[in-house]
Ligand binder design. Structure first.
Ligand code: CTP
Ligand code: MG
Length: 379
C-alpha cells in the first residue's frame, strides 16, 4: 500500500534534559530523528513531513542532509497540534498515513509492513505491548491498591491510518489529545493492534539514552547486492574500464561508454537496495544515454543509497578478460571508483582474472564483469 508519514519531532524533550532537545542528540553518531526518517524512506515511504520546533528548521536541514523525500514544517505547543501541522503539509494522495514519534529511533521496515497489512482490514492500526508488570496504585510512596492489568496494552508508534479518516478526525481537533488513534476511535473507526516491539521504545528519560546506545548496533542491517555485465569487443583504440580509459587495440561496444565494470557495480548497489537494475533507471532505448559516461550511472546508484538512508561500506569488482592487462591500471581504477562513490580507497577492491582461453571472454569475443556491494541499511 502506498503511504506517507508525519514524523513528529517538535517537542522540547524536557524530561530527557540535555543541551539540545532529545530528537537532535546523537545516537551511534546520527541524530535521533534521522534514524526514523531513514527507516521510513527505506520502507518505501513516498513523502515524510518532519515536524520540528519553529526555531529548529535549520538544524533539521543539517540533521537530515543527503536524505530524499522529506521536508520540515514547524510544530505546535502540543503534540496533536504538531501532527495537525504535519497533516496540513502532506501533499501526496497516498491512501495510508503513518504518524511516528521521532523519539522512537529503532523503527524498522518490518514494523511498517505489519501496520500496512493490518490497515487492509481496519481504519487504523498501532503497535502495542501487553502490560507485563503488575500495576500498583500509590500515593506519596504508599501503595493504595493493585490494578487489574488484564486487557491493558502500551501503545507505541508508528500509528497507521486510512488517510481520509485521519483527515476527518483532525478536522475538528480539540486540545489535549495525546494519541492519534483515540481521535479515530472517537469517530467510531475500527482500530486494531499489531504486535508491539521493545525496540520501539521511546526515549523519554536521561537513562533511556545509554540503553539506546547499546541497542543501536542491532537496529541496522547489512545488505549485499551483486551485479554482472558483459560487452562485446569491436574496432577501436581505447576502452573504458572502472572509470579509467585504457589505450587498447579494441574497444567495448555498447549504447553508453560500455564500461562493464561500472555497470556491474551500479547493478550491485541497486540490488542491495532492491531498486531494480540499471536498465530501469537508464533505459538503453533512451537517446540521452547514448555514449554516456558510466560514472553518472554509478553516481545515481550512490545517490539513491544515500537518499534511502543506506551507506555503501565496501565494493568488490572482478573484471574477466584475457586482454588488456588490468593490473597496471588497478590502483587508478580503485581511486576513480572511490572518488565517484565518496569512499575511502580501502573500501574499493578491483580484481581481474582470465578464463584460460575458455568461453566468450577466453576467445576474446567480449569482456565480463562481476561486482558485489555491501551496504549498511536501516533495518
Ligand atoms: N512532539 C511534538 N510536538 C509537541 C510535543 C511533542 O512533535 N508539541 C513530539 C516529540 O518531539 C516526540 C513525540 O512527540 O518525538 C513524543 O513526545 P514526548 O516523548 O513527550 O517528547 P517531548 O514532548 O519532546 O518530551 P517531554 O514531554 O519530556 O518534554
Ligand atoms: Mg511531551
Amino acid at each position: 500500500m502506498r503511504f506517507t508519514a508525519i514524523l513528529v519531532a517538535a517537542g522540547s524533550g524536557a524530561r530527557a534534559g540535555g543541551e539540545v532537545p532529545k530528537q537532535w542528540r546523537l545516537l551511534a553518531g546520527r541524530p535521533v530523528a534521522r534514524w526514523s526518517l531513514e527507516a521510513l524512506l527505506n520502507a518505501g515511504c513516498e513523502e515524510v513531513v518532519v515536524v520540528v520546533p519553529p526555531t529548529d528548521l535549520e538544524l533539521a536541514a543539517k540533521a537530515f542532509a543527503g536524505l530524499g523525500r522529506w521536508r520540515a514544517v514547524a510544530g505546535g505547543a502540543e503534540r496533536s497540534r504538531s501532527v495537525a501541522n504535519g497533516l496540513a503539509a502532506l501533499s501526496s494522495d497516498a491512501p495510508a498515513i503513518l504518524i511516528h514519534d521521532a523519539a522512537r529511533p529503532f523503527l524498522a521496515r518490518r514494523h511498517v509492513d505489519g501496520l500496512l497489512a493490518a490497515l487492509q482490514q481496519a481504519d487504523a492500526a498501532l503497535p502495542a505491548l501487553p502490560v507485563a508488570d503488575t500495576l500498583k496504585r500509590a500515593q506519596d510512596g504508599a501503595v493504595t491498591g493493585t490494578a487489574d492489568r488484564d486487557g491493558l496494552f502500551r501503545a507505541q508508534t508508528p500509528q497507521a491510518f486510512r488517510a481520509d479518516l485521519l483527515r476527518r478526525a483532525y478536522a475538528n481537533l480539540a486540545a489535549g489529545a495525546t494519541d492519534d488513534a483515540a481521535l479515530v476511535e472517537a469517530l467510531g473507526g475500527v482500530v486494531v493492534l499489531t504486535p508491539g516491539d521493545p525496540m520501539l521504545m521511546k526515549l523519554t528519560y536521561p537513562e533511556d539514552f545509554p540503553m539506546a546506545e547499546h541497542l543501536a548496533g542491532s537496529a541496522r542491517r547489512t545488505r549485499v547486492g551483486q551485479g554482472f555485465d558483459a560487452h562485446r569487443w569491436g574496432p577501436g583504440e581505447a576502452v573504458w574500464l572502472c572509470g579509467v580509459e585504457i589505450a587498447h587495440d579494441e574497444t567495448l561496444m555498447g549504447h553508453s561508454d560500455a564500461d562493464a565494470g561500472l555497470h556491474a557495480l551500479t547493478d550491485a548497489i541497486l540490488g542491495a537496495l532492491s531498486l531494480g537494475d540499471i536498465g530501469d533507471h537508464f533505459p538503453p532505448t533512451d537517446p540521452q544515454w547514448k555514449g554516456a559516461s558510466s560514472d553518472r550511472f554509478l553516481r545515481h546508484a550512490a545517490d539513491l543509497a544515500a537518499q534511502n538512508g543506506a551507506r555503501i561500506t565496501h565494493v568488490d569488482v572482478t573484471l574477466i578478460c584475457e586482454r588488456p592487462k588490468i593490473k597496471p591500471h588497478r590502483l587508478a581504477m580503485r581511486a576513480r571508483v572511490a572518488d565517484i562513490l565518496g569512499l575511502d580507497i580501502a573500501a574499493v577492491s578491483i580484481k581481474a582474472t582470465t578464463t584460460e582461453g575458455m568461453g566468450f571472454t577466453g576467445r576474446g569475443e567480449g569482456l565480463a564483469a562481476q561486482a558485489i556491494a555491501t551496504l549498511d541499511t536501516p533495518a
